[in-house]
Structures are given as structure tokens and as C-alpha cells.
Design a binder for this molecule. Structure first.
Ligand code: ADP
Length: 308
């Protein structure tokens, strides 16, 4: 496996406060790797250490074969990172921002081609502060990609965007990956991790609690699939003999069956074989939120300022 990032037992303190207890994971070339966890879990600190912006208290880090602590300058030429929204002067125009950052990268950049590539032509003369949230993120992605980085770090890229702009931004992140860059994406949104990431490290209170593909995490750790439907004059208890079915219960004509993912298909087939087609038949698959709850005992969607 071609790893571009290796994190082994990262530990980070700010004075007496422990921000990261013990974090280990690997990122493979060409994937979108998600770091998912609630606010305060240690996600940003982790990626800041990986970019050489903060020094680890303990642990071994390698990014593209370099040590971010000792070789930050060499590393920075090969990685791209998303700016914080306060980083650009409000009156800087989009075209000027591209030109300015191209100069910082000491690269010949075709400004027109870059604007066209990111759908920014019409915004070229617009001041940064007048752009919508989604447009600003598009500028950030264009700037992060200017130096043709091998690894791109994106931290809470879609925070504050409406659902439509968020989905458009996800599409752009996929495009970044499809152009060959490896993407490390920090998010506290399980929906974003589920939709976008090839693999995820779930972080809570400074520790990795699980790392895998979203599908494997939900299948292995998310608990059973739940099937619900309503019927009259049918005894559903026979369904409990189907392979993978764990429980069958009925309450006021409403049936709930729990079991493995494959049992959902078998339950539907068994009903159909008896000519029963409940119009409210639903299958509820576990989400990353369920995985998080099962692993940590608390919900992912903690609000800012909640106790750690
Ligand atoms: P996340 O990105 O998951 O929200 P952070 O990495 O920002 O988490 O923060 C992890 C912990 O470290 C939090 O308790 C936060 O308050 C603390 N922390 C972050 N930056 C600093 C800092 N510069 N000084 C002291 N504590 C910090």
C-alpha cells in the first residue's frame, strides 16, 4: 500500500492541556481521507502538526516521506492547504488573488486557465468579500491547488454553507482527488464524511476510536439494520426464522424487524412471496452517527463548548 502520510502515536499538549492523547493512522495515495469528530476532538491540531505549522509533543509523523517538524519548508512546497476565511483582504479581487498566490508559489500560472478551471471567470473582478460562501470556497480550492500539490489539507471547508453550496463544494473536492492529489479533509459533519471520504479516522477526545471506509464502519460497528412496516391480519413472527434476523416485534399493527443488512432483502422477499406489499415498508441503515454513539457512548453532534 502506498502511504503518503503516516501518523504514529501523535501526542500534543498546549502547556498543561492535552489536545491529542494518542492518534495513529495512515493515508493512502489518491484517496480522500476524512478526519471526523466533534468540536475539540483534536482534528485541527492533528492536521496542523502534519503541515509543520505546530510541533508534536511526541510521536512520529511522515508526510510524503518528510518529517513535518524538521523539514517543514521542503514539505510546504509539495502540499496545499485551505486558507482560513479571514486570510484574504476583503477588497482583493479574485483575479488578483490568483496572480498573487501564483507569485508566492514562484510558478508560471495561467490565470485565465485557472479561473476557467474553477468556474471563476465571471467573478474575476469581484472583491473577495462580496462573494457568496460557496464562491469563496471555490477561490480557496483554486488557491490551494495552484502549486500542483501532492497532498491537500482541507479543514471544515463547508462550514456555514447551505446544502446546495455544500454539495457543489463536495463535487469540487472529488475533482481535486480525480486530478491525482491526496485529500485530507477535516470535518465534524458525518454526512460530509459519508458522502465524500474513501476512508475515515473517527477521532474523539484526542484518540482515534475507529478507522475504515464509511461502509465498513457502519456495517461492522453501526448496529443492526431496522425494517419497519404496517400490516393487518398477518403474523410477522415467522420472519424471525430468516437468516440474519435478530428480532421481530409488533406494536399496534406496526412491525419492527432488526437484523443484518442482507436480512432486509430476505424480509422483503418473504413478504412479497405472500403477496404482502406494505406501502410504508422502510429499511433504516445505520449511519456514522450510530457508529460514533456505539464507539464513544455519546453523540457526534456536540455543540461548541460542550465538555470534553
Ligand atoms: P478540533 O479541530 O477537533 O475542533 P482542536 O484541534 O482545534 O480540535 O482542539 C483540540 C483541543 O486543543 C481543544 O480542547 C482546544 O481547546 C485545544 N486547543 C487548540 N488550540 C489550542 C491552543 N493554541 N492553545 C491551547 N489549547 C488549544
Amino acid at each position: 500500500m502506498d502511504n503518503v502520510i503516516t501518523v504514529e502515536h501523535l501526542h500534543k499538549r498546549y502547556g498543561d492541556a492535552v489536545a491529542i492523547e494518542d492518534v495513529s493512522f495512515e493515508v493512502r495515495r489518491g484517496e480522500i481521507f476524512g478526519i471526523l469528530g466533534p468540536n475539540g476532538a483534536g482534528k485541527s491540531t492533528t492536521v496542523e502538526c502534519l503541515q509543520g505549522l505546530r510541533s508534536a509533543t511526541r510521536g512520529r509523523l511522515a508526510v510524503l516521506g518528510l518529517d513535518p517538524g524538521r523539514e517543514a519548508a521542503r514539505l510546504r512546497r509539495r502540499i496545499g492547504s485551505q486558507l482560513q476565511s479571514s486570510a484574504l483582504p476583503e477588497r482583493l479581487r479574485v483575479g488578483e488573488a490568483i496572480r498573487l498566490f501564483a507569485r508566492l508559489h514562484q510558478q508560471q500560472v495561467d490565470v485565465d486557465a485557472t479561473l476557467a478551471e474553477w468556474g471563476l471567470q465571471a467573478l474575476r473582478r469581484k472583491a473577495y468579500a462580496t462573494l457568496s460562501g460557496g464562491q469563496q470556497q471555490r477561490v480557496f480550492l483554486a488557491l490551494a491547488l495552484l502549486g500542483r500539490p501532492e497532498v491537500v489539507f482541507l479543514d471544515e471547508l463547508t462550514t456555514g454553507l447551505d446544502p446546495t453550496a455544500r454539495r457543489e463544494t463536495w463535487q469540487l473536492v472529488r475533482r481535486v482527488r480525480d486530478r491525482g492529489a491526496t485529500v485530507v479533509l477535516v470535518t465534524h459533519l458525518m454526512e460530509e464524511a459519508e458522502a465524500l471520504c474513501d476512508r475515515i479516522a473517527v477521532i474523539d477526545r484526542g484518540r482515534v476510536v475507529a478507522a475504515d471506509t464509511p461502509g465498513a464502519l457502519t456495517a461492522l460497528r453501526g448496529g443492526p439494520v431496522r425494517i419497519t412496516f404496517s400490516v393487518n391480519g398477518y403474523d410477522p413472527r415467522g420472519l424471525s426464522s430468516l437468516a440474519g434476523v435478530e428480532s421481530v416485534s409488533i406494536d399496534a399493527g406496526r412491525v419492527t424487524v432488526t437484523g443484518s443488512a442482507s436480512s432486509a432483502v430476505d424480509v422483503a422477499a418473504a413478504l412479497a412471496a405472500q403477496g404482502i406489499a406494505p406501502p410504508d415498508y422502510r429499511t433504516h441503515y445505520p449511519s456514522l452517527e450510530d457508529v460514533f454513539l456505539a464507539l464513544t457512548g455519546h453523540r457526534l453532534t456536540l455543540t461548541e463548548g460542550s465538555p470534553r
